[in-house]
Structures are given as structure tokens and as C-alpha cells.
Design a protein around this ligand. Structure first.
Ligand code: ASP
Length: 455
């Protein structure tokens, strides 16, 4: 029994949805189909989710929004026509959007944004289920509310609660193919909440774990996961198999093929994930598994992500002071900021933070508190950093690997602002200035992939 998730580009147009139907039809074990909202059909196109966010923002700003609503409806209209569906489905979608807007006006702006965002996948799932039935695939749209995909209430990000898995397990016995919208769930009190952007991957994973699927197929628009960003390096090595841990480390910093939070539900049960291409379903894709075959390469992939800031704090003999780390992190906690790494020396500590969580006001408050409460000698923020992460199960106990990586980075002229190696030794992270990101990626790729291939 397989759970298949189809991403935005796989369900962007009638033509794409027909490919999805052919994929589902070709394998009777594909029993669960999780769909995204229609994504981009070509590179300058808009994702329906982005159109919905624009719509919500217009309503919040109290400006005319009818045209924005119509832009969303038109995307479905075009797809419905291409799929030969009853035109009434587009009227139903327009009515659904108006109903959501009415309901949200009595609740909150946050809810308005969530319910409109979620409508992208919800209406798409309804449409796709209808199309499946028209062409002879016995299918049923299932709402996350009826099925009991329970998430926590805010302010923390939405996450499935343990009872969600038990509730969704009941879907296992369905005689029809289940078409399930990705990206959202409901709190115990029935309030809709969306996951992070790209969160339909998370829904697919929750469903796969709930029904104990034998495989979670994640269909996207690339043949496989590459060892490094193919937009930076031409024809990089394809990854056939990768462990959950390696994939987790890589998708944390820049590998956007699969949402990094989507691994957790399947890891616990050891359900393999297969990243596949809707436009080329014959390709084997990349398998994400608990244990993979060993290969000669210590490094499996290299990722890079920008948008990091560093909070630097210095205090003489900090290492002798009990509780200073906790106090520093508590200040961040009280500002609702999560942190990524805390490399430290005897007299100093740096906290690496994603910049989008900061604002000039917050930074000022934090720095003032660090001086006042920690009696620091120096404290300031710096911005514009990238994290480069070198990942591989084969890096464990591999002497000299860090030396090779740092020597390679030094040849690019970049200064390494931070180094971090977790005790699992599966990843090595480097903080560098953003402007060096691509040249470092190229240099590290040459060192760990291209050169090995020639030898
Ligand atoms: N449609 C949502 C987004 O664009 C969720 C998803 O596609 O996974 O983020």
C-alpha cells in the first residue's frame, strides 16, 4: 500500500493532472493521493498558494479583492475545462472562497490567511477526485477535518498530534482511492491551521505513517535529488539512495525537494520515501531509507542556504560562569526566536539565527538585555551569512575530512566565521559570508565529487 504525494507543478494544469491519473492507474497499490494546490506551469507563472496569500492580504488591507479572487478561480476554471469536468465545480470553488472569507471575518486575520491558503489544496483535491471518478478510478475526496488530522493550537507552528495518526489509520480500509488535500489540519476545537510552506510533504508523511504504508512516493518535477544544487553546478551527481539522517541534514539547509519536517513521521516507522518525477515516472528517483548501501564517497551531498545572522557575545572567562548559556538562550526564547547553532570559545559564544525572525527593534532589545543581564563585555549582531553543510554517513571516523573541507574553502578566499560538527559526525557546517556561497559550493563539489570521479 503506497501513499503518493503530488507537488504543485504535478497538479498545475489539466495536462499535469492527467499524468497524475495515469500514474495512479498504473499501480493498484497507490491507494492514497495527497495533492498540493496548483503550482507554476512555467517559470514566470504564479502558484495558487501565492495568489491566495495576496487575496488574504488585500482583504486584511481593506482594498478591493474581487479581481484577486477571480484570478484564483480562473486557475481552477482552466483546469476544469481541460479535464472536461462539469463547469459548476468552478462556481462551487468561488462560493467556497466567499464562505471562507465570511467565516474568517468573525474569527481573526490569522485564520483568514490560513483558511484561504488551505483552500488551494482543498479545492484541488475535490476537483482531482471528481476527475478520477470520471475516468474510472474509484476515488473519494477526504477532508482532514472528517478524517481527524488533529494539530496543536498556536502560537507554535502546526504539528500533527498523536491522535491524528490513530484517526487517519481508519482510512486504510477504504475501497476507494483516497484523495487528500495536503498542507493543513484542524485543532481539537475545529480551527483550521496550515503547516509551513511546502507542507503538503508533511501531510503525505503523516498519512503514510498513519496507514503504515509500505512506501511514501513523493512526486515532483525532477528525476532525483542531486548531490548539490543543479542550478549552481551543472550536471551534479544524482543520489540513488540516501539515509533519513543525511536527507534531514541536507534539506535543513537549502535542499528544497522535500520538506525537512516531513521526515519525522516516516522515520519512526522506517517507511522508505521515494522522490519521483511526475513528468518521467519511469525514472527510479531517489530513495530515502534508514540504512543505505555503502559507497566509496564519504560525502553524499553539499547544501547551502542564505539568510542567517550571528549574535556574538563576549565576556571574559565566560566558561567559568554557571548558567550563562541558559540565560542567553532564554532571552532569545522570550523574543520567540529559535536558534540553529551555538559555537563557543572560552570567552565568547555566537548564536546562529535565521534572519527572518529578527527586526531592528528586537535586536536592540536583545543586545541591551545581554549587556544588562549577562554583564557581557561585548555583544552585537552581524547579518548576511550562509550556511554550507557537507553531509555524509561516510564522514564518520573519516580522518582528514574537515581539513580537506576547510583547505578547500580557504582557497576561495572566504573567511570561515563558524564551524560546527555534530557528534554524530554526519554533517559539517560552515558559516560564511553570503557572497561566497556559490564559489564555495563549486569548490567543495570539485573536491568531494568531481575529483573522486576522475581518480
Ligand atoms: N501549496 C503549499 C505551498 O505552496 C503547500 C505545498 O505545496 O506543499 O507552500
Amino acid at each position: 500500500m503506497k501513499v503518493c504525494k503530488f507537488g504543485g507543478t504535478s497538479v498545475a494544469s489539466a495536462e499535469q493532472i492527467k499524468k497524475v491519473a495515469a500514474i495512479v492507474k498504473s499501480d493498484v497499490t497507490r491507494r492514497f493521493v495527497v495533492v498540493s494546490a496548483p503550482g507554476k506551469r512555467y517559470s514566470e507563472d504564479f502558484k495558487v498558494t501565492d495568489l491566495l496569500i495576496e487575496l488574504a492580504e488585500a482583504i486584511i488591507a481593506d482594498i478591493k479583492y474581487e479581481e484577486k479572487l477571480q484570478n484564483v478561480v480562473n486557475r481552477y476554471k482552466e483546469n476544469a475545462e481541460g479535464l472536461g469536468l462539469d463547469p459548476s465545480i468552478t462556481e462551487e470553488i468561488a462560493a467556497d472562497l466567499h464562505a471562507r472569507i465570511d467565516k474568517a471575518s468573525k474569527i481573526s486575520e490569522e485564520y483568514l490567511l490560513d483558511t484561504l491558503k488551505a483552500s488551494g489544496e482543498d479545492n484541488n483535491a475535490k476537483m482531482i477526485a471528481q476527475f478520477f471518478n470520471n475516468i474510472g478510478i474509484k476515488a473519494k475526496y477526504v477532508s482532514p477535518k472528517e478524517a481527524g488530522l488533529i494539530v496543536n493550537s498556536g502560537p507554535e507552528r502546526a504539528q500533527a498530534q498523536p491522535e491524528a495518526y490513530a484517526n487517519l489509520n481508519a482510512l486504510k480500509n477504504s475501497a476507494e482511492v483516497i484523495v487528500f488535500p495536503g498542507f493543513f489540519g484542524y485543532t481539537k476545537n475545529g480551527v483550521l491551521r496550515t503547516f509551513d510552506r511546502g507542507g503538503s510533504d508533511i501531510t503525505g508523511s503523516i498519512l503514510a505513517a498513519s496507514v503504515q504504508a509500505s512506501l511514501y512516493e513523493n512526486f515532483t518535477d525532477v528525476d532525483c535529488v542531486y548531490s548539490v544544487n543543479p542550478n549552481v553546478i551543472t550536471n551534479p551527481l544524482e543520489i540513488e539512495e540516501i539515509t533519513y539522517r543525511e536527507m534531514g541534514e541536507l534539506s535543513y539547509a537549502g535542499f528544497s525537494v522535500f520538506h525537512h519536517e516531513a521526515l519525522m513521521p516516516v522515520v519512526k516507522l522506517g517507511i522508505p520515501v521515494n522522490i519521483k518525477n511526475t513528468n518521467n515516472p519511469q525514472a527510479e528517483g531517489t530513495r530515502i531509507v534508514s540504512n543505505r548501501k555503502e559507497n566509496l564517497r564519504p560525502v553524499t551531498g553539499i547544501s547551502a542556504d542564505s539568510g542567517f545572522s550571528i549574535l556574538y557575545v563576549r565576556k571574559y572567562l565566560m566558561n567559568r560562569e554557571i548558567g550563562i548559556g541558559r540565560k542567553l538562550l532564554q532571552i532569545l526564547e522570550e523574543e520567540q526566536i529559535s536558534y540553529e547553532h551555538t559555537p563557543s570559545g572560552l570567552d565568547d559564544i555566537s548564536v546562529i539565527i535565521r534572519t527572518h525572525q529578527l527586526s531592528p527593534k528586537k535586536e536592540e532589545r536583545i543586545v541591551n538585555r545581554v549587556y544588562r543581564e549577562l554583564h557581557a563585555d561585548d555583544a552585537y549582531f552581524r547579518h548576511g551569512f550562509s550556511m554550507i553543510v557537507v553531509v555524509g554517513e561516510g564522514m564518520k571516523n573519516n580522518t582528514g575530512l574537515a581539513a580537506r573541507a576547510t583547505a578547500t574553502i580557504s582557497k576561495t578566499g572566504a573567511n570561515i566565521e563558524m564551524i560546527n560538527q555534530g557528534s554524530s559526525e554526519v554533517s559539517l557546517s560552515f558559516g560564511v559570508q553570503e557572497k561566497f556561497e556559490n564559489v564555495i559550493l563549486q569548490a567543495l563539489y570539485n573536491e568531494f565529487f568531481a575529483v573522486v570521479a576522475v581518480r
